[in-house]
Design a protein around this ligand. Structure first.
Ligand code: FMN
Length: 211
């Protein structure tokens, strides 16, 4: 089983990165192969809104995008994984622009012909693949602001996951991130580790039930 971490913070050694890597460690301890995509290190252009990727070539698993950048290879890695851990800082009460740009381009994983305008697109990948995801969001506002700061971020990421039929296991908001006492950060890291473990077990359980 492959668990793919997707880092939406430009700070590759920042708080999101630490929590994400810890969750991947947890996944690895449960036998998963782990991979990490640091979005800031990839060339991801803005979606230009041409709709080519989701309106043409339904036979492909990844819709064709006229932009020449790293996104198609990222999506190859994405669909090859069994589970995902997304991590983003809160920037202006939402996911980072980096994460948002990635999410917009991920629409190439869906298909909706022009005649079905107004309907939700469908996943290009079969619905019975039983993938799951967990989401880690960090913000400087303390945990009491989880709903204001964390929820819009969870929803941004989950919107896509819903179309892909990928179920969310954990939504983890870590508030007050820039001023956490070392023992509190240690506690949050332990929670992130458990999130990675739970993700693998949850995927295994779902798959064993369908055999
Ligand atoms: C441009 C910008 C906007 C931010 N907006 C928010 C915000 O709306 N709410 C919040 O709680 N923290 C906000 N923060 C703080 C970041 O969420 C925090 O520094 C980040 O989660 C740390 O994670 P990192 O080390 O992985 O970058 C903002 C930080 C920046 C740089």
């Amino acid at each position: 089983m492959v668990i793919l971490g997707i880092l939406g913070s430009p700070r590759v050694n920042g708080h999101c990165a630490k929590l994400l890597k810890k969750s991947l460690e947890g996944a690895a301890a449960c036998g998963a192969k782990i991979k990490l995509i640091e979005l800031i290190k990839r060339n991801i252009k803005y979606c230009m809104g041409c709709c080519t990727c989701f309106e043409t070539k339904p036979e492909l698993k990844i819709g064709v995008c006229p932009l020449k950048d790293d996104m198609s290879s990222i999506l190859e890695e994405y669909i090859a994984a069994d589970g995902y851990v997304f991590a983003s800082p809160v920037y202006d009460v939402y996911v980072s622009a980096l994460m948002k740009t990635f999410l917009e381009r991920k629409i190439a994983l869906t298909y909706r012909p022009k005649e079905l305008t107004g309907k939700l697109p469908e996943s290009r990948v079969p619905a019975n693949f039983l993938k799951k995801a967990s989401i880690i969001i960090t913000g400087n506002c303390s945990d009491e602001y989880r709903e204001v700061m964390g929820t819009p971020c969870f929803e941004a990421i989950e919107g896509h996951l819903m179309i892909e039929m990928v179920e969310t296991v954990d939504q983890f908001y870590v508030g007050g991130i820039e001023n956490l006492a070392p023992e509190v950060m240690a506690q949050r890291l332990s929670e992130a580790y458990l999130i990675g473990q739970r993700l693998v077990k949850s995927i295994e359980q779902a798959r064993s039930q369908t055999i």
